[in-house]
Design a protein around this ligand. Sequence first.
Ligand SMILES: NC(=O)c1ccc[n+]([C@@H]2O[C@H](COP(=O)([O-])OP(=O)(O)OC[C@H]3O[C@@H](n4cnc5c(N)ncnc54)[C@H](OP(=O)(O)O)[C@@H]3O)[C@@H](O)[C@H]2O)c1
Length: 267
Amino acid sequence: MKIVVIGGNGLIGSKLVIKLREQGHETVAASRSSGVNTLTGEGLADVLKGASVAVDVTNSPSWEDNAVMKFFETSTRNLLAYEGAAAVGHHVALSVVGSERMLESGYFRAKIAQENLIKSSSIPYSIVRATQFFEFIKGIADLSTEGNTVRLPSALIQPIAPEDVATAVCRVALGSPLNGTIEIGGPEQFRLYEVVRRDLAARKDPREVVADPQARYYGIKLSDTTLIPGDDAWLGQTRFETWLSQSTNQIPATTRQPGRGTVAGGN
Ligand SMILES: NC(=O)c1ccc[n+]([C@@H]2O[C@H](COP(=O)([O-])OP(=O)(O)OC[C@H]3O[C@@H](n4cnc5c(N)ncnc54)[C@H](OP(=O)(O)O)[C@@H]3O)[C@@H](O)[C@H]2O)c1
């Protein structure tokens, strides 16, 4: 079976490509760096020729409201049109648990637009909604930093290892189209400020993490369960502490300058 992974050199895409190849499938990693651009349509006709499955694990380079909406709408329209022309039998996309509860953010409005385009197309599909990736936790800290202090609410979060995300997407891509959505999450729940505190401590990052009920998450007011998947979610096996000790063994202690906030761009 030929499977095209759009975004195949990204965090999830690169792991997914390895898993699909290990199972013996002809797997093509496609993205701008290989001459395939979902925004312009460049390279899509060629790469999708003869493909049974297309997996979309792209992400928008900019998270500015208009840019991210343009990215997910235009890319998804292009992908579905070229997949239709190539008679691709299964479109798989990665989205985010709770997107419909976070519409204050342009990013999640764009993810919902992406999901709706997929649902209304004639191509059989599966949407995999994941909780926050472990890698993403440091980004949450960076966005919530003022001076040397990180302020975050105590809402629950159930983050997942990217390896487990790739395993789930691989399983879905190799199965029959669900024509529906499944959720995946990590094996444990944490308070948001608590998991960020652990992440920074393991990196020897000197920032102080403070629980603040008024603090927002990407501009969103969270309830306790906004980020949490439903009871039917598939759960990854990797525990946060296991991932943290492995990943902090590989990276130097942070060289981040206190007081340098970040804007929502990239991931
Ligand atoms: N971060 C989280 O916690 C989280 C949680 C749940 C779901 N998700 C979803 O997971 C998905 C994948 O995230 P990720 O972190 O694995 O992404 P990533 O590492 O940022 O990778 C993004 C990929 O998109 C490709 N890309 C960007 N613009 C493109 C274009 N115009 N045409 C073709 N390819 C393009 C990039 O390759 P080139 O630069 O070579 O084009 C890269 O392969 C996203 O849709 C996100 O919404 C994320």
